[in-house]
Write a protein that binds this ligand. Structure first.
Ligand code: HEC
Length: 124
């Protein structure tokens, strides 16, 4: 009896210690699914237009949550609700893995304050 309990306990521990592979998004699959997002957010998630948030280097969990909130209506945005509502939980994870793995670029305000729209990007 003790042996059974012990092996059951060990099996439980082994299960808990296993990396949650299914919980992680697949960035390669995410890139394909994110094609439609590139027009606004940039192919590598570094949008060039201020009104579109940068997604490169963002915590994947944040992206997953944001997309879920657009879909659920907790976040209200007429543009994003359309894109988010077509995504499954799997899509959200894969897309988030892709954008999260991209290198973020920091744009300085150089030139913005003097009226010129020239921007300079610096890779972090
Ligand atoms: C037509 C332009 C457009 C397209 C295409 C688009 N988005 Fe967006 N996205 C926006 C705008 C605008 C916002 C800011 C909305 C707001 O203020 O809440 C946004 C916000 C977001 C945010 C929240 C960012 C943050 O910092 O909170 C995420 C995540 C996001 N988009 C992911 C996606 C994904 C994934 C796709 C493709 C499935 C996509 N977007 C397609 C315009 C777009």
């Amino acid at each position: 009896m003790m042996r059974i309990l012990l092996s059951a306990a060990l099996a439980t521990i082994a299960l808990l210690a296993m990396p949650a592979v299914h919980a992680e998004g697949n960035a390669a699959a995410g890139k394909k699914k994110a094609t439609v997002c590139f027009a606004c957010h940039g192919e590598n998630g570094n949008s060039l237009v201020g009104q579109y948030p940068r997604l490169a280097g963002q915590y994947p969990q944040y992206i997953v949550q944001a997309l879920k909130e657009y879909k659920d209506g907790q976040r209200k945005n007429p543009i994003m609700v359309g894109f988010a509502s077509t995504l499954t939980a799997r899509d959200r994870k894969d897309i988030a893995a892709y954008f999260g793995a991209q290198k973020p670029v920091l744009w300085t305000l150089h030139g913005e304050v003097s009226g010129s729209h020239r921007r300079q990007g610096t890779t972090l």
